[in-house]
Design a protein around this ligand. Structure first.
Ligand code: C2E
Ligand code: CA
Ligand code: CA
Length: 752
């Protein structure tokens, strides 16, 4: 649907457009100062504003939408100039400055689409331009016939500039449509957000044809039905800019070869029809020339088009490497060849090899915090480095997301091990992306053939299991081992059990107190989840949180933790302890726009003040979708709930950015706090962070305080609170109770 997830600017634009259209219809033909002057201008400029706002909102500049925005603005400016400069009868001599605006529109839109093609199709752009040329040529042929009355009527005097311009507009419209159509044909973009652009351009084209036809008789003046069509067309283009800048990565569905031939096919048919028509009746010569050109353009490259489409179907759009299907096909071939060589008694070099499965570490974090565009650029660079570190005969593919695969022919286990090391080294250096030096690492699973399997699927599965072990152990790379099967099963079983755990109430919370460094009192605790597993005992977050996130259970888990933490807070509150409880909220829970209301209801049910709750969020969430983050946080904070930024210092956010956000507290990550005792530079860093946080009016909590020395130093530096093993480990509610009572910070529980 075109208007799904519509933002306020689009709503305002639609209202303005509706007002203008209603006014236009009510007034009837002829210029009206209110309708065609004010209302039309207001509509046009809100349309331009929609584009500028969309551009402003989208993370990182995307040049294609910037060009489209300026294009829309140029056309609106042209309209405004036309209205201001026309004579009393609503006519403006052409060519005029207005035409300059309109021509700019076409030039910039064309550039925008070229950028889209270049970005999306990586190296495979020229067939798209070829298809566009064929389609545009075919469309021009048809137009030449349709517009013959205009061009033909110019007679002996030759074509006036006015006629040329009038005829050029529909031609340009069709050219833009042809490029969009070619993009569709080559890649099968299925995103709904293209629909407004296509419909908008079609409306433009229709109106421009009518305009050009009327041009012969000088029929157009401001205040006609054509103005309405143009207003609607440009508004739809603005909707495209708005939606496209909101959308993440385009989803793509591959078209089959014959679907991709649709466009040149249609153009050929149109050209043939015009040639046929020419044999029956008068058709202008240039229309016949265009028709022939269309046929030649469509026919000549037919031969390589097929090869090209095959290559396109085998390559990954983003990196230009092989895609999953091509990798699979080639693996099947090579494995069959290896099996054949084994049967023929060939040497080991011909019948064995290794499959490496690679998965980047923390890629999701990079994608979430810096945006898809940055993630994409990282993937492209990773692909390049991988290609460089392999030999020419090796197969390399991107299987999807941040997953790559390599097939090595004739490699032993040791050689595969060496390649894995080489790959890890190659990816260890920083990647310059979005103005920063991104660091990433990779986890690699290795499966050998024929030892671990002889077919592509089982090798991939085994390499995947080994990769998973490498990832959990953070060991870089692992060779498949039989135990991995058991681990894989355990993982699946754990996911199953986690679902039941939520229902059967097997989650428990431990609490870790935070000490106020100025007063030595305990004002707050952090709730940390554990899973009281019936067979495996008490499991730590590291054992199950990733799984919960992976299988979509995180939000339910967060709600359970919130309920339990608030139940506990209510108990403490009834015993005169003023303790805030901090709950960790994963980014996936903050997608729920109903969360603020839900939390308020939970507090209300337990008669707790909102100030009793602190939500800990990570920097990733803040960076991922700034507007949404700000919206949800503002609502939560408006309700009185405090917000802390967890693991501060490990992400990519900057203090300057945090200043604009509704937050109360920074929790300085352990990795900065722990080295304080031994590394003076760590102390200096902590000192300056504390000073900065305070200058922004934020509280600062140091995490992972393990020694008296560190705690004293933090106190000296003016840090507000400390949390860590030196004060207390995370403990059960009962243990914490006893501890607090002994510190006289909690009244003993009433005896039953
Ligand atoms: P976190 O939010 O940074 O929590 C602090 C972690 O550091 C806890 O690990 C805590 O036991 C540990 N810790 C505290 N003091 C010290 C210290 O002095 N030295 C050292 N070495 N470690 C210390 P835990 O409980 O294993 O939790 C790990 C992570 O799991 C948490 O890190 C948090 O990100 C996540 N987590 C825990 N509970 C929840 C939850 O209910 N929901 C969500 N979404 N995440 C949770
Ligand atoms: Ca935390
Ligand atoms: Ca933390």
């Amino acid at each position: 649907m075109v208007f799904r997830r519509t933002g306020l600017p689009v709503v305002v634009m639609t209202l303005a457009l509706a007002g203008y259209l209603a006014g236009r219809l009510l007034h009837g033909e002829g210029f009206d100062a209110v309708v065609d002057g004010w209302l039309a201008a207001a509509t046009g400029w809100t349309t331009a504003a929609v584009c500028w706002l969309a551009l402003h909102r989208s993370a990182g500049v995307r040049i294609e939408y910037a060009l489209a925005t300026v294009a829309v603005t140029a056309t609106v400016a042209g309209d405004t100039y036309y209205t201001l400069a026309q004579d009393e009868s609503g006519v403006l001599p052409s060519p005029s400055l207005a035409d300059l605006g309109y021509m700019l529109f076409y030039a910039l839109m064309l550039l925008a689409l070229i950028v889209v093609v270049g970005k999306r199709l990586h190296g495979a752009a020229w067939p798209v331009f070829l298809d566009s040329a064929v389609a545009a040529c075919g469309a021009a042929t048809v137009l030449a016939v349709v517009l013959e009355p205009v061009v033909g009527s110019s007679g002996e005097a030759g074509l006036s500039a006015r006629t040329v311009i009038a005829v050029a507009y529909p031609l340009f419209d069709l050219m833009l449509i042809a490029v969009v159509a070619a993009i569709f044909a080559a890649r099968g973009e299925t995103d709904g957000h293209w629909a407004p652009l296509v419909v908008g351009l079609l409306i433009f084209a229709a109106a421009d044809v009518v305009f050009a036809l009327g041009e012969a008789s000088g029929a157009y003046s401001v205040g006609s039905a054509l103005d309405m069509a143009w207003a609607v067309g440009i508004a739809l283009i603005a909707v495209w800019v708005d939606r496209a800048s909101r959308a993440g990565q385009p989803r793509r569905r591959r078209r089959t070869a014959h679907q991709a031939l649709l466009l040149p096919g249609a153009a050929t048919a149109a050209a043939l029809a015009v040639l046929l028509l020419g044999s029956e009746q008068h058709v202008p010569v240039y229309a016949l020339v265009l028709a022939s050109a269309t046929l030649v353009l469509a026919a000549v490259p037919m031969a390589f088009r097929h090869r090209l489409l095959r290559r396109l179907a085998r390559t990954d759009d983003l990196t230009g490497l092989l895609n999953r299907r091509a990798f699979h096909d080639d693996c099947v071939q090579r494995l069959a060849a290896a099996a054949g060589a084994a049967a023929a008694g060939a040497g080991a070099g011909k019948r064995s090899g290794a499959l490496l499965l690679l998965d980047l570490d923390r890629f999701k974090e990079i994608n979430d915090s810096l945006g898809h565009e940055a993630g994409d650029r990282l993937l492209v660079q990773v692909g390049e480095r991988l290609s460089r570190s392999l030999r020419t005969g090796d197969l390399l593919a991107r299987l999807g997301g941040d997953e790559f695969a390599v097939l090595l022919n004739g490699s032993s286990a040791d050689e595969a091990d060496a390649v894995a090391r080489k790959i890890r080294d190659a990816l260890a250096g920083g990647f310059p992306v979005a103005g920063i030096e991104l660091r990433t690492s990779v986890s690699i699973g290795v499966a050998l053939f024929p030892g671990h399997g002889a077919d592509a699927n089982s090798l991939l599965r085994k390499a995947d299991l080994a990769m998973y072990r490498a990832k959990t152990a953070r060991s870089g790379h692992q060779l498949y081992h039989q135990d991995d099967d058991r681990q894989g099963e355990l993982r699946l079983r754990t996911i199953q059990e986690l679902r039941t755990a939520l229902v059967l109430d097997q989650l428990v919370l431990h609490y870790q107190p935070q000490i106020d460094l100025a007063t030595n009192e305990i004002h707050g605790v952090e709730a940390l989840v554990r899973w009281d597993h019936p067979a495996r005992g008490l499991l730590m977050p590291a054992d199950f949180l990733d799984l919960a996130e992976e299988c979509g259970l995180m939000h339910d888990l967060t709600l359970v933790v919130l309920q339990k933490a608030l139940d506990q807070a209510a108990q403490w509150s009834s015993r005169q302890a003023k303790l805030t409880v901090a709950v960790n909220i994963s980014a996936s829970s903050l997608v729920d726009v109903g969360l603020p209301r839900r939390i308020s209801a939970m507090l209300h049910e337990r008669q707790l003040p909102a100030s009793a709750l602190i939500l800990e969020i990570t920097e990733d969430f803040l960076m991922a979708d700034r507007d949404r983050a700000r919206g949800i946080l503002t609502e939560l904070r408006g309700n009185g709930i405090q917000i802390a930024v967890d693991d501060f210092g490990t992400g990519y956010s900057s203090l300057a950015y945090l200043r604009e956000l509704p937050i109360d507290e920074l929790k300085l990550d352990q990795s900065f706090v722990q080295p304080m005792g031994t590394d003076p530079r760590a102390s200096a860093l902590v000192a300056s962070t504390i000073a900065l946080a305070h200058s922004l009016g934020l509280r600062i909590v140091a995490e992972g305080v393990e020694t008296r020395q560190t705690q004293d130093e933090l106190k000296e530096l003016g840090c507000n609170n400390a949390q860590g093993h030196y004060v207390s480990l995370p403990v059960s509610a009962a243990e914490l109770d006893g501890w607090l009572v002994s510190r006289r910070q909690l009244e003993p529980a009433p005896q039953p």
